[in-house]
Write a protein of this length. Structure first.
Length: 153
């Protein structure tokens, strides 16, 4: 079997940031790396799950909702994938992610989609943890740019 593209990235060189992972036709996959891979600190499951609900809810309700294909966590618990239509510029994608993380960091209230009838693991949520991770990553996003959205060699 061929090695898939995401396994060809040198994870020893990855830092926190937002990268263009791949482009497939009209779909652009963004790698939103929230923690440094293999550094011993990973996103906690409960907070990661809650953040997924907040992130997906925000982007799917944004003005760019027609451009959203997929939002989901990485199995390694180091970040998220966001797949968008290529009609969105990198600058617009970055701003959408900044807005989504600020939304999550500031969120108050009932977690969207976290009731038993809405979620397959409704007991595993942590709003405080999700807000803390989102707030911490807002600082990373403030330093991100379109030019930096390239994986290190």
């Amino acid at each position: 079997m061929k090695k898939i593209a995401s396994f060809s990235v040198n994870h020893d060189k990855l830092k926190k940031g937002m990268y263009v992972s791949r482009i497939d036709g009209d779909a652009v996959t963004y790698d939103i790396r929230m923690v440094v891979p293999n550094a011993g600190v990973y996103l906690e499951n409960d907070g990661l799950h809650t953040f997924e609900h907040l992130f997906a809810t925000y982007v799917r309700n944004s003005a760019d909702s027609d451009n959203i294909i997929y939002v989901g966590p990485m199995g390694c618990r180091t970040g998220f994938y966001l797949i968008l239509r290529d009609s969105m510029s990198k600058a617009d994608a970055l701003q959408l992610v900044r807005d989504a993380f600020r939304f999550a960091a500031d969120f108050e209230g009932e977690i969207p989609g976290a009731k038993k009838i809405e979620c397959g693991n409704y007991l595993e949520h942590d709003l405080t943890g999700a807000k803390q991770e989102a707030a911490a990553y807002c600082g990373v996003l403030s330093r991100c740019s379109e030019a930096a959205m390239v994986y290190p060699d």
